[in-house]
Write a protein that binds this ligand. Structure first.
Ligand SMILES: [Zn+2]
Length: 90
């Protein structure tokens, strides 16, 4: 159960924001706005949004509450919004 999100998110084959292809060993990161895996270029753009800091803070708090029930590893999932990862992680 804890691996469910990891497969879908960490091994996404394309960026959810720009649809650019993502190789398995290419770094990706989760959007704090919609939790979808995006490429690093799109993350940089996201970080430039004026509400990014507020949204990410709120996301993290809510994420820890929500995912503790759904997944076994809320920290891993929630922090992938801030730390890039690849399909091969773990
Ligand atoms: Zn992208």
């Amino acid at each position: 159960m804890a691996q469910t999100w990891e497969k879908g998110l960490s091994c996404a084959v394309s960026c959810a924001a720009c649809n650019g292809a993502l190789a398995p060993d290419e770094k990706r990161i989760l959007s704090v706005y919609d939790h979808r895996p995006i490429c690093m270029a799109c993350k940089e753009e996201e970080q430039g949004r004026p509400d990014y800091e507020a949204v990410s803070r709120e996301m993290l708090g809510q994420c820890m509450i929500d995912t503790e029930v759904m997944y076994g590893d809320p920290g891993g999932y929630c922090f992938y919004h801030f730390y890039p990862f690849t399909c091969k992680s773990g």
